[in-house]
Design a protein. Sequence first.
Length: 368
Amino acid sequence: MSNPRWLADRTRQIEASGIRKIFELGKTLRDPVNLSIGQPHFPVPEPIREAAKRAIDSGGNGYTVTQGVPELRDRIAVDLAKQYPGQDRGAVVTSGTSGGLYLAMLATVNPGDEVVIPDPYFVSYPHLVTMVGGKAVFVDTYPDFRVDPDRIAAAITDRTKLVLLCSPGNPTGTVVEPDAMKAIADVCRKRGVLLLSDEIYRAFHFDGPPRSPAEFDPDVLVVEGFGKTYGVTGWRLGFAHGPRHLVDEMAKLQQFTFVCAPSAFQHAAVAAMDFDVSGIVADYRRKRDLVVTGLKAKYEIATPGGAFYAFPKSPRGTGTEFVAEAIRQNLLVIPGGTFSRRDTHFRISYAAADETLQRGIDILNRLS
């Protein structure tokens, strides 16, 4: 018989993800219109698949050095030199972007330290803070989801260790403007606070080139990943880059947690970085426009600047109540309370076939 005393206090503070609950519910429905899944719907591009097969067939299945295979780290270094000229950025290959975020917090956040997070936020953020003993401090961005540097500055106290930024964001698809990025980087530098930038959706900028707060301050720590960009979310492969002393500490901690990122997929990632995803990004921009145009007459919806999500306001009741109505119509979306202290919106993933998107739009318009 299990003993409740075996569970740590931090475990009791963490609830199962609302996203996973919807995933499980989806298995019980017959032919649902599934706009809940936060992963690309396109097949893995053939050159990347073939590179993974070659790596497996040639024996690239064992442990690698903790920092990542040299070929991948060298390829990452080439890109970083182009993106951040004049900066000396260290890099470590991680087990997904989530693994990179965890290592970053494990390396920097002491018990009681505060982590400033714009709200809405990715579902994992507050729980990662809890896991390392920190305290999440939320900064409201409603109704347009734009991150206000003045509000970020006002949330920083003597206990603040880091500010966590995500652009483009999940669940809103909001892109932080370069001026706001610079202002946030400036205030973090002046206050001695680390700025951690989650750039898992970096490739999916629809209205301009990708931007990063690291352009304005070399001390910004950035985490990126391969899963969303190339349709390989299950490979659990990402990387972090920033000040070398900090990245080295993350690599040290990885030795005793993840050990190393999946080895064969590290080799495949070298090929992935040379694959042109501009056609995929253009297709998602078109899908973004399809969703916004299809819903804006009946829903309050901000136009996303990137990623592959929209975050409309519920036409009545809470987001959870409205999602329950949608599920009864065989439509799967995620209640906004999963990503926020508010429960007023719901998340749509438009990483889906056009036919599925149109079915979802039709159901939502009937429900409005």
